[in-house]
Design a protein around this ligand. Structure first.
Ligand SMILES: C[S@@+](CC[C@H](N)C(=O)[O-])C[C@H]1O[C@@H](n2cnc3c(N)ncnc32)[C@H](O)[C@@H]1O
Length: 241
């Protein structure tokens, strides 16, 4: 596992940030995406080809919304695991599933995406939602996801990307920079966290670079799908048989 001082500092900062905004995270997410996040998550799970009775992993699961989407598809015979290092985000995830009939099929594990505590080839699919931007070593995490997925299984990332539509993209970055941190401050009292979201999204690699990195991690059939003009993208790859 990468353990450089800079990596540890970034992980610590990210963990503290998410611990501090956990309670308001879902509300802010819905506001920031105009409620579209649900349909994006549904699409990501559809592309994962998870089936009823399947076993899925959701890395950087946060409050468990993508984990839940997997659980809905896998149904009562499925087994879905969400992993995150933020204690407070996992606490919210536990809250979010407490009234669900299929809650027993979901488990949340506190752990580091850089060093997944699972055996090789044990999940039918592995997803990560808005997570890769936050880790110190993206390749390392994608390699870990590729390691634990079964041969033939999909690795999927759903994340902010680089918008591609001229004019709109300048407007989008301006709104993201000015409005989101202010609303974030009103709702969570933490403007800095939402400024960090802007910086991490703006500085993150573009969707093609992420697809190339999936290939570098040993995945086949890598590709990306832009949503909302590339504001968000789903990047996917398949573990060779
Ligand atoms: C933007 S949230 C995304 C939450 C969720 N996936 C969703 O769809 O809304 C990013 C999450 O990644 C987690 N995270 C960041 N780096 C991590 C790491 N190295 N290991 C585990 N979790 C990490 C944070 O704690 C946070 O909960």
């Amino acid at each position: 596992m990468s353990n450089l001082p800079g990596d540890r500092a970034k992980s610590r900062y990210v963990e503290d940030t998410f611990n501090s905004i956990a309670k308001r995270y879902d509300l802010m997410n819905t506001l920031m995406t105009f409620g579209l996040d649900k349909s994006w998550r549904r699409l990501a799970v559809k592309l994962s080809r998870l089936k009823e009775g399947g076993k899925g992993l959701d890395v950087c699961c946060g409050t468990g919304m993508l984990t839940l989407e997997q659980a809905r598809v896998a149904g009562p015979a499925g087994k879905i695991t969400g992993l995150d290092f933020s204690r407070n985000m996992i606490e919210m995830a536990q809250q979010n599933i407490k009234d669900l009939s299929f809650r027993d099929n979901i488990q949340f594990v506190q752990g580091d995406a850089m060093d997944l505590p699972f055996e090789n080839n044990c999940f039918d699919c592995v997803t990560v939602g808005w997570g890769l931007r936050n880790v110190p070593d993206v390749l390392r995490v994608v390699q870990e996801m590729a390691r634990v997925v079964k041969p033939g299984g999909k690795v999927i990332s759903l994340d902010m990307a680089q918008p591609v539509v001229p004019v709109f993209k300048e407007f989008y970055w301006l709104c993201f920079d000015r409005i989101i941190p202010t609303v974030g401050k009103l709702l969570s009292g933490n403007k800095k966290a939402y400024k960090y979201f802007y910086n991490s999204a703006r500085g993150f690699m573009c969707q093609q670079e992420l697809a190339d990195l999936f290939a570098q991690a040993g995945l086949d059939e890598t590709r990306y799908l832009n949503l909302c003009g590339g504001v968000v993208a789903i990047v996917e790859g398949k573990k060779p048989l």
